[in-house]
Write a protein that binds this ligand. Structure first.
Ligand SMILES: Nc1nc2c(c(=O)[nH]1)N[C@H]1C(S)=C(S)[C@@H](COP(=O)(O)O)O[C@H]1N2
Ligand SMILES: [Mo]
Length: 424
């Protein structure tokens, strides 16, 4: 795996990338000419003066110059809708840097709106095939040993825009905005199970939310899930936001978004799935032969170029390509990018460590020659799963299905530099 490393001096101290060095690098073709041309200022007179500040405040808002927001949508292709029709709200992937999605921009999917529960009144019932059924308050849960981990969450509907056709005028927020990465804190499910005396014959767990939709899912108690599931109350260092399940949600890293039950009120242990409507009528995968696949729970290896991406316009010369890669199987092992429509590929740099079941950012310094082309990324995870190209993905899955779309995303670039969503 390649990492971008900064230059350092002989004594190991990092060297400042001053203008002279930058021009040398640029003329050697390392950074491209466009950047060097724009970096011509050499004196303080070229830098804006210092400014007086505003009063300090209880919490800080984004800069007035940063226009960034989620977009509510009503389903595949149903954009520009009345907010009351929205079923999800997509994260602005094109405007994000790094890998953590700010809590207020984390994608959101809620089946009956956002409930705001009183944590003092909230309770979690745990029952079924256990020796001691128990009811926990939030204070009970917060007094238990906690864990913190970074994980992506992805709706199984992510990517559904491109199952059948490519709308040329959509952004990466429209095509891939149903995935986000946050740091989550809470009690390991394992710890709670230890308190209950779970019957060893119990191999399934029902998780139910406290919103009116009654979202409830059967979860197989595999070793992996028992090891990793968290009853989460913390999100990016603060209590969960109401949109994401305040005061308590289930977190199952790498598994389909729908299983990560928000406003969690009940866990029931049993020895078979409950066949709720959420795993029979909904969230099943209609295959090409007309049969439906149930309990396809893991999110596959995926990646997308977020810049440049749909509806952006680029100029010839140096362009930084960057995007995100993730896999429900574990760590991302490598990301490759093609700038010639998937004819040739090169492994690209990651901007930081690849954590298991979390998004990692990749980047490539690319010089566009101004000719029409297509750019596309593909990821490989530590288990050797390779993100499929769209043709083989559709050949395997057919077009009846709607969920778990993880085919490579191609962006077409025309001679004017306009970037468009294309199928391949
Ligand atoms: N109680 C409850 N849990 C829920 C949902 C819901 O509507 N109600 N939506 C599910 C779906 S479909 C997804 S993709 C994730 C979305 O989590 P987020 O809104 O925090 O991104 O929560 C899941 N858990
Ligand atoms: Mo979802």
């Amino acid at each position: 795996m390649k990492m971008l490393s900064g230059h350092s001096n002989a004594d190991g101290s990092p060297e400042r990338l001053n203008r002279r060095r930058f021009l040398v690098a640029a003329s050697a073709g390392l950074a491209g000419s466009a950047l060097a041309e724009s970096a011509t200022a050499e004196s303080l007179a070229d830098v804006p003066a210092r400014e007086p500040g505003a009063d300090l405040s209880g919490f800080s808002a984004r800069s007035q110059y940063v226009k960034i927001s989620r977009i509510p949508e009503a389903g595949p292709g149903r954009r520009n809708i009345d907010p009351s029709e929205a079923i999800n709200s997509k994260a602005p992937l094109q405007d994000l840097v790094g890998t953590i999605t700010p809590s207020d921009l984390h994608y959101e999917r809620s089946h009956s709106g956002v409930v705001d529960l009183d944590p003092a009144r909230h309770r979690l019932l745990v029952h079924g095939m256990v020796e001691r059924p128990l009811v926990f308050s939030m204070d009970d849960l917060k007094s238990m040993p906690a864990v913190t981990r970074t994980a992506f969450l992805e709706c199984t509907g992510n990517g559904w825009e491109n199952w059948k056709k490519a709308d040329e005028n959509v952004t990466v927020q429209n095509t891939h905005g149903l995935v986000s990465t946050n740091e989550w804190t809470g009690v390991p499910l394992k710890f709670v199970i230890g308190l209950l005396g779970k019957d060893p014959a119990s191999t399934w767990m029902l998780a139910e939310g406290g919103d009116a939709a009654g979202v409830a899912r059967s979860i197989p108690l595999t070793e992996e899930i028992l090891d990793e599931a968290i009853l989460a109350y913390g999100q990016n260092g603060e209590p969960l936001r109401p949109a994401h399940g305040f005061p308590l949600r289930l977190l199952l890293p790498g598994m389909e978004g729908n299983l990560n039950i928000k406003w969690l009120r009940r866990l029931k242990f049993g020895d078979q799935p409950w066949m709720t409507r959420w795993e029979t009528a909904r969230y099943t995968q209609l295959l090409a032969n007309g049969k439906a696949r149930q309990f396809q729970l893991r999110m596959e290896t995926n990646s997308v170029i977020t810049q440049p991406s749909g509806t952006m316009v680029i100029r010839p010369g140096r362009n930084r390509i960057t995007g995100l890669a993730w896999s429900g199987h574990g760590r991302i092992a490598k990301v490759e990018v093609s700038t010639d429509g998937a004819r040739t590929w090169q492994e690209v740099a990651l901007t930081g460590p690849a954590l298991p079941k979390a998004q990692v950012r990749f980047q490539l310094d690319w010089a566009w020659d101004g000719k029409p082309t297509k750019i596309v990324s593909r990821s490989t995870d530590e288990k050797g799963n390779v993100q499929p190209d769209r043709k083989s993905f559709i050949a395997a899955m057919g077009t009846n299905a709607l969920f778990h779309y993880n085919a490579q995303q191609t962006w077409g670039i025309d001679e004017s530099g306009r970037v468009r969503n294309v199928l391949d």
